[in-house]
Design a protein around this ligand. Structure first.
Ligand SMILES: [Zn+2]
Length: 437
């Protein structure tokens, strides 16, 4: 029997409480003075949230272990406060069979730092033509419930419709990388607008995303099935989602930390670290994404953690790979840019980074409130600690971190997964205000 005692944590940022986790389950919450434990965590002044759940990560294994592995990605997840991550299917080979999904599941379990949940491909080889083994993946040991061709859009409406119909009885969902390939163009590498014109870079118009989201919410209504929109990036998409939800259509959506903060203006220096798909957009889109997250139109924050080896990313802007790291900085970015100015409170953070993503992915053991009977997955956050991001100290195997050098307030101190501490940083000594040391 293992007993972990967490002392004096502020549950969702409110009242201070102790928590006892026995054999991976929360068994007591309250004032637990005198309770014995094998391990005690001093959480005085720290905010306790349910373990974070990321709907969208790329762990690159199998196939691109030079950029990330399930082990290094799991370590980055634990350092970021995550107790579950959904590993996208665009590996080599693609996760488009039950065996491939089970392999990812087993590799994740062998690491034991976070729950690694395989996402299944919608179409064979992500080619967009023929449905993958959706039923076999759903019925496999991996119990796949999220399907995505992420990196590619399921652009054929007939294929999308069939996938939605097929997945409906499983309660599974298609997570769509919404981007009409005909509207976007093969060479697009940034947002189509004033900045792309000035820099002479081929751009993606926002309409390439919005048109597919509009089509997909109508397909969700027609089939009665669920659609999830990955990495929403435009104000127009937020409008479509708001309308669809008002109609009662079963649609959910996620936004990345980078789309909530960074804008297309950063491309002025042609730094490939800011090259991402979907692209960084203008400030008015960023504002709409923040408003959509705050009012519940967007359900979740997901990182789209996309590690790339230096030899793929360190190129001229047009030739560099798309994507940026996110797992280790997401909580700090959300804390600094949304909690500190009062756009979200800690209960909202628990909703958008844990409860909602767990519900969307049908992960019964994740995203549960911190109360007796819930699984012992939690993260302790110091809301006042300032950390300057150093890409060089990342647990990820890659270094394409757009936050390098940024100072963010709000830091993950300890992550507990199934009652085990999977990550912890040194606490800074607490000093009373005005004391001279
Ligand atoms: Zn994507």
């Amino acid at each position: 029997m293992s007993r972990l005692l967490v002392k004096g944590a502020r549950l969702l940022g409110t009242e201070s409480s102790d928590l006892l986790v026995v054999d991976g389950v929360i068994t007591e919450v309250g004032s637990l003075a005198g309770t014995s434990a094998d391990e005690t965590v001093d959480a005085d002044g720290l905010v306790a949230l349910p373990g974070l759940v990321d709907l969208h990560v790329h762990l690159r294994e199998p196939g691109r272990e030079d950029a990330e592995t399930i082990a290094t990605g799991s370590a980055a997840a634990a350092a970021g406060g995550y107790t579950a991550v959904l590993a996208m299917a665009n590996t080599n080979p693609v996760t488009d069979t039950a065996e491939a999904a089970e392999r990812v599941l087993d590799l994740g379990r062998a690491c034991g730092l976070t729950e690694v949940v395989p996402v299944g491909a919608v179409t064979k080889g992500l080619a967009g033509a023929e449905l993958a083994e959706l039923g076999l993946m759903a019925r496999s040991r991996a119990r796949v419930r999220v399907f995505s061709d992420d990196g590619h859009c399921v652009h054929d409406a007939r294929v999308m419709r069939r996938a939605l119909e097929y997945l409906k009885p499983f309660g599974a969902v298609v997570s769509q990388h919404a981007q009409d390939p005909r509207l976007a163009g093969p060479d697009a590498c940034c947002h189509e607008g004033e900045v792309s014109g000035r820099l002479g870079l081929p751009g993606w118009p926002g309409i390439a995303e919005e048109a597919v989201v509009a089509r997909d919410v109508m397909l969700a209504r027609h089939t009665g099935s669920r659609v999830h929109v990955a990495h929403v990036s435009t104000a127009g998409t937020v409008e479509v989602l708001r309308w669809a939800k008002a109609q009662g259509i079963d649609v959910t959506a996620e936004v990345t930390p980078h789309h909530l903060v960074l804008t297309t203006d950063l491309l002025a220096g042609y730094d490939p670290v800011y090259k991402v798909n979907p692209p960084l957009r203008p400030q008015e889109d960023v504002d709409a994404l923040r408003a959509g997250l705050a009012d519940g139109t967007i359900d979740a924050v997901a990182t789209d953690h996309a590690p790339h080896a230096r030899h793929d990313k360190q190129h001229a802007f047009v030739d560099a790979a798309f994507g940026m790291l996110g797992l280790e900085t997401a909580l700090a970015v959300v804390s600094d840019t949304l909690v500190r100015p009062g756009i979200l409170d800690w209960a909202d953070v628990a909703r958008v980074m844990s409860a909602a993503p767990a519900r969307i992915a049908r992960l019964a053991g994740q995203g549960q409130p911190l109360r007796v009977g819930s699984p012992g997955h939690l993260v302790l956050v110091d809301p006042d600690r300032e950390v300057t991001v150093d890409a060089g100290t990342s647990r990820s195997r890659s270094r394409n971190n757009p936050w390098h050098g940024a100072t963010l307030r709000g830091a993950v101190v300890t992550t507990v997964y199934g009652g085990r501490v999977t990550h912890t940083t040194e606490r800074e000594p607490t000093t009373a205000t005005g004391s001279s040391l």
